[in-house]
Ligand binder design. Structure first.
Ligand SMILES: Nc1ncnc2c1ncn2[C@@H]1O[C@H](COP(=O)(O)OP(=O)(O)OP(=O)(O)O)[C@@H](O)[C@H]1O
Length: 697
């Protein structure tokens, strides 16, 4: 079990102490978490640290084109600033105030909170839009929360975002790809629309870089009326103070197994600490499922330690209804344990949470443009993330955060800030978005942090081979425009378009839905044999994609039964999410004129459609390899079929994978066997005939 410094001894630190900063105690803050009346909400609003800065914020927004607001987590930036702006008239005359978030869940949660504070219904004066879900009313919505990705999509219809008077880019320090693209484009828009105001909310460390970025706007020639325009240099405002104290506990020695350590810590808290819910940060669906199972079994086998625990997973692959469970009030006498990925890291207030357990890891993308390989890797988080995680406790009362790493590690080894996603990702989706917005000179685009030219060139090559870009690097018609319109990775979009021509769109839409979530299998420790046996019941010789079709069919035939999923080691929540996404994809397909048609299980057609999208991920088994080693066709990288694939140990000669994960080796996840001649058919330029021919034969 992880050993923590005991509370009350000298060791635990208050959050601010980490930096040697000032301690802020807001003990007057009401700690009641339910039954808010309107008046009490108003009082709560006024007690938030940001309230003291209301006038300054409004003054700066009035007088500067860009205002950067720096503030501790919980100071009230997200929920309050849009309301201040509305109250000051920025939404008058039909104008709209936008507030972007990197994550969907945060968009929904913050919109409901702000609507509650304003005493209105979500979807009316306060609305939100996330991919596939628009809960806003063009005539009534004055404050709109949306993901930064959705705002980018809105630019396709309205390049200058004319309906917005102020755009607040929240959590800009997270540096998601979409945030970086958005910042670059907003800077451009400001030159054309000097009346547009930007509010960038950012952690301290990034504020200077943000300011430099917006500062470097080229000065316009002063013309008549110029003095009426806002000042171009950005203003920086620092909001001092936070909500409640969060006591930080570190482990004394590094933990060997963070899932096991997280489970032990939850039981320790439950045993020794007063009432209050627990939020645990792990990395992904796989380790969350394992932790949920361990805790559930503990609850079954040994009532003493774990009676009264309500254990809930939280990750993006869950259906909406399951995600909503984490927001429901905890029944009296019970303790909720939410086990989450980093989707709960920013902007969320889960009312009952008093304790946070932080594994110190998250799943992150890393792309190597030389090998053209993108991996999803479990990697250490940054100090900025650790603070955000700790900040989820102490939002409505004092809290505690248990870090499953040592203080020495936190202070000396943890990086201050993560690497911007744009510098560690494959840029195919990013390039197509910019192209769709008419940005032709992608290499010359004004980025807050430049991606490597190699990554750009790789992305351009792939898009060209997908038939999305023409010789002039412009979107092709209709394929390029259609691919850009589908809000999915371009390779999946291309696969869907190809399925229309091949007559297998029903099957491919199912496959696309399954590929958009992490896994539909139940992951658990100690159940590998049963899981393998269950897989055999559905396994298709052609590979995982066709296996998904068997599972989907079985699920429908069972009447979408949770018991059926349980018996077959399939994650019921994930299957419900697949159904949701599939419905959304069907609507998009119909809009694009794709005829929904089944090929009646002609798996060759299905595999050809997959090849049309994913040809760049083709690999060949090494002729003399008995260890199942493959080499990627592009880049000659060594890769292996992941043990979770139905093709593990089957090792067909030619395969295509959907994604790679890196542990001790590079593993291909979701693999399908192909005929190599389909590669040259699908992408003659990519696999120049003469280069591939000797390999094929
Ligand atoms: N759904 C909610 N229920 C109750 N209180 C809430 C809710 N949402 C926000 N609050 C209160 O408002 C405070 C400020 O939240 P807000 O999201 O505006 O802060 P923030 O400065 O943007 O922090 P972060 O960067 O962590 O998002 C919370 O600490 C909490 O006290």
């Amino acid at each position: 079990m992880a050993q923590f410094w005991k509370p009350g001894t000298e060791k635990p630190r208050l959050l601010d102490d980490e930096e040697g900063g000032v301690l802020f105690l807001s003990s007057s803050f009401s700690s009641s978490s339910s039954g808010y009346g309107y008046a009490s909400i108003e009082k709560q609003r006024q007690r938030l640290p940001v309230y003291k800065y209301r006038t300054s914020i409004l003054y700066l927004v009035e007088s500067h084109a860009t205002t950067i607001v720096v503030g501790e987590t919980g100071s009230g930036k997200t929920t309050q600033i849009p309301q201040y702006l509305k109250e000051a008239g920025w939404a008058d005359g039909g104008r709209v105030i936008a507030c972007t978030q990197p994550r969907r869940l945060a968009v929904q949660a913050v919109a409901s909170r702000v609507a509650e504070e304003m005493g209105v219904k979500v979807g009316e004066e306060v609305g939100y839009t996330i991919r596939f879900e628009d809960i806003s009313n063009p005539d009534a919505t004055r404050i709109k929360f949306l993901t930064d990705g959705v705002l980018l999509r809105e630019m396709m219809e309205d390049p200058l975002l004319t309906k917005y008077s102020v755009i607040m880019v929240d959590e800009a320090h997270e540096r998601s790809i979409s945030t970086d693209i958005l910042l670059g484009l907003l800077k451009k828009i400001q030159k054309r629309r000097p009346e547009l105001r930007l509010v960038i909310s950012s952690a301290t460390i990034e504020a200077k870089a943000m300011s430099d970025f917006f500062q470097s706007s080229k000065r316009r020639r002063v013309s008549e009326g110029e003095e009426l325009r806002p000042r171009l240099e950005p203003a920086i405002l620092s909001v001092e103070g936070r909500g409640f104290n969060v006591q930080i506990h570190y482990v004394e020695d590094p933990v060997q197994d963070y899932v096991q350590a997280a489970v032990s810590t939850v039981l320790l808290i439950h045993d020794q600490e007063p009432a209050g819910d627990i939020l645990v940060f792990l990395t992904g669906q796989d380790d969350i499922d394992v932790a949920v199972k361990m805790l559930t079994e503990e609850a079954r086998s040994d009532g003493k330690h774990s009676s009264g625990l309500i254990i809930l997973p939280l990750y993006s692959g869950l259906s909406r209804a399951e995600q909503d469970l984490v927001f429901s009030p905890t029944p009296k006498g019970k303790r909720k344990v939410v086990i989450s990925t980093n989707i709960a890291e920013t902007s969320l207030t889960l009312e009952g949470i008093v304790y946070v357990v932080d594994s110190g890891f998250s799943k992150q993308r890393f792309y190597n443009p030389i090998s053209d390989i993108e991996n999803l890797v479990v990697a250490p988080i940054s100090k900025a993330s650790a603070r955000q995680r700790a900040g989820r406790a102490g939002r409505l009362r004092p809290g505690k955060c248990y870090r499953l790493y040592s203080e020495e590690y936190f202070v000396n080894e943890m990086s201050a800030q993560g690497i911007p996603e744009i510098q560690r990702s494959n840029l195919v989706s990013c390039v197509i978005q910019l192209k769709a917005l008419g940005i032709d000179n992608i290499l010359g685009f004004d980025w807050p942090a430049s991606p490597s030219p190699e990554s750009m060139i790789r992305a351009l090559e792939v898009l060209y081979s997908l038939g999305v870009l023409n010789d002039d690097a412009k979107l092709t018609s209709p394929v390029g425009f259609q691919v850009a319109e589908i809000p999915l990775e371009p390779m999946i979009s291309k696969m869907i378009l190809a399925s229309n021509e091949l007559g297998c769109s029903e099957e491919i839409i199912t496959i696309a839905a399954v590929l958009s979530i992490q896994s539909i299998w139940f992951s658990g420790r100690g159940v590998q044999r049963e899981l393998d046996e269950a897989k055999l019941r559905f396994a298709a010789a052609e590979g995982d994609h066709v296996t998904f079709l068997n599972i989907y069919k079985g699920f429908l035939q069972s009447g979408k039964s949770s018991q059926w999923c349980h018996r077959n080691f399939i994650n019921y929540h994930a299957m419900k999410k697949v159904m949701e996404i599939r419905e959304q994809l069907k609507r998009i397909a119909l809009r694009l004129g794709i005829v929904l048609k089944s090929c009646e299980r002609d798996t060759q057609l299905v595999r050809k459609a997959v090849t049309a999208g994913f040809f760049a991920n083709a690999c060949r088994l090494e002729a003399f390899s008995h260890s199942g080693m493959y080499k990627t066709i592009r880049g000659f990288q060594e890769v292996y079929i992941h043990p979770s694939s139905v093709l593990f140990r089957v090792n067909p000669k030619w395969v295509i994978y959907h994604s790679l994960v890196s542990t001790d080796r590079q593993y291909m996840r979701n693999v399908i066997s192909i005929d190599p001649s389909w590669l040259t058919e699908a992408a003659p330029h990519f696999y120049q005939q003469q280069r591939l021919n000797p390999i094929i034969h």
